[in-house]
Write a protein that binds this ligand. Structure first.
Ligand SMILES: [Zn+2]
Length: 411
């Protein structure tokens, strides 16, 4: 008799046959640029994967239902320029040092599910980074290995050409192909091109892109030469709207976009925002976007200085570009499908059926907001993104207002 009652109860609640969905996000506005989706649709998740995308999926089929009315649903955001190799080694800056931050502390609250650490570790200390941080984080942490064997420790270490070995950097990529997705060259004070050339050589050997943090050279190295002669299609200029001394800029002193920048983008060079603490100005960014040089990818250059200044987080940087004239579809594409393609991880950055269930539910706030650049100037704007919910591999990792939770009175 009891068995019959339990069976009937299970049948009634639907948990025996009816519920084939773990998490159902209903009534949201889905923007999935890879699948050319831009409209109201429901998203069903089962066993960590996207089960179904359809107009009206019954709530009865789902164990947990999120009502995303008035909200945007996007693939989990991908930030391809962060610094996550934090640690306690003395005098080590971004490489097992104090300037980097723990990924999980800053990702999910901004809708980010995948980050790409940019060259904190070189081949000599990548395994420490992997063991201490990458393997311990819930965020998917990928990495570009630094062309400098000791990574981004600052000072003379990053100026040592003898430690920039393309073969050993490429070997690190080949040893950890699931995690290392590119080669980074940064902070070189010049005046030689050798570090960039060695990074590109490593990229050729391992068949991965190179990201260049260009600047601080004395005398100034030509940005045009870098973009048109040194980089291959698919290689990345980060800090693309920076105005730092020691490098050329995309916009000249009169506010005009240099035509070589557009030619480089047409050739396939990637322009990445990499906002950071010193590498994004409205003067460069607004003039460039108005004259046709939009970014290919929007990224933060997250570290302890940038996050407490004008950069703040991925959504704040995306919000800047919304208020600079880009559309929601464009800023989402620059933070999902474009970065996935740039790092050759096309399994990420979209919500195709069967894909990993990484997604963000975003609120586009309307009001009066202010945004700060690295030169200390403000842009006033009317739109700002906020993260309501972040899901990674089907698990809720961030829920700002408890929209995935039942009311306490229902217990
Ligand atoms: Zn950086």
């Amino acid at each position: 008799m009891y068995r019959v009652i339990i069976f009937v109860l299970l049948l009634f609640t639907g948990s025996l046959w009816g519920q084939d969905i773990d998490l159902l996000i209903k009534n949201g506005h889905l923007i999935d640029p890879m699948n050319e989706m831009d409209g109201p649709v429901d998203v069903a998740i089962k066993d960590g994967k996207i089960l179904e995308i359809a107009g009206n999926i019954s709530a009865d089929r789902a164990e947990t239902v999120v009502d995303a009315t008035g909200l945007y649903v996007t693939p989990g955001l991908i930030d391809i320029h962060v610094h996550n190799f934090f640690g306690t080694e003395p005098n080590s800056a971004y490489s097992d040092g104090w300037n980097s931050v723990a990924p999980d502390g800053f990702t999910f609250r901004s809708g980010v599910t995948t980050v790409v650490d940019q060259g904190c570790a070189g081949w000599r200390n990548f395994e420490v980074f992997k063991e201490n941080i990458i393997d311990k984080s819930k965020t998917r942490v990928l990495a570009f290995v630094n062309i400098v064997g000791s990574g981004m420790k600052g000072g003379a270490i990053e100026q040592n050409n003898a430690d920039m070995d393309p073969k050993l950097a490429a070997m690190a990529v080949q040893q950890y192909p699931e995690t290392i997705v590119g080669v980074k060259v940064a902070h070189y004070r010049g005046p030689e091109w050798e570090p960039v050339e060695n990074a590109v050589k490593a990229g050729e050997l391992a068949n991965v892109p190179v990201m260049v943090d260009f600047g601080s050279s004395e005398p100034v190295l030509s940005l045009e030469t870098l973009l048109l002669e040194k980089l291959r299609p698919g290689d990345i200029l980060t800090h693309c709207y920076g105005a730092t001394r020691g490098r050329g800029h995309v916009v000249d002193d009169n506010g005009n976009l240099n035509s070589f920048a557009l030619r480089a983008q047409e050739k396939g060079v990637i322009f990445d925002v990499g906002h950071g603490g010193g590498s994004f100005t409205f003067r460069q960014g607004i003039n460039a976007v108005e004259q046709g040089l939009k970014p290919n990818s929007i990224s933060t250059d997250l570290h302890i200085t940038s996050m407490n200044a004008g950069m703040k987080d991925q959504l704040n940087v995306m919000s800047k570009f919304l208020n600079m004239g880009m559309t929601m579809q464009e800023v989402i594409e620059c933070s999902t499908w474009n970065p996935a393609r740039i790092i050759k991880r096309t399994d990420l950055g979209h919500l195709s059926v069967g894909a990993e269930a990484d997604l963000a539910v975003l609120n586009l706030l309307e009001g009066e907001f202010g945004f700060i650049d690295v030169a200390g100037y403000r842009l006033d704007g009317t739109r700002k993104l906020e993260c309501e919910l972040t899901v990674k591999g089907g698990q809720v990792m961030w829920d700002l207002n408890g929209i995935s939770r039942p009311l306490w009175t229902e217990q």
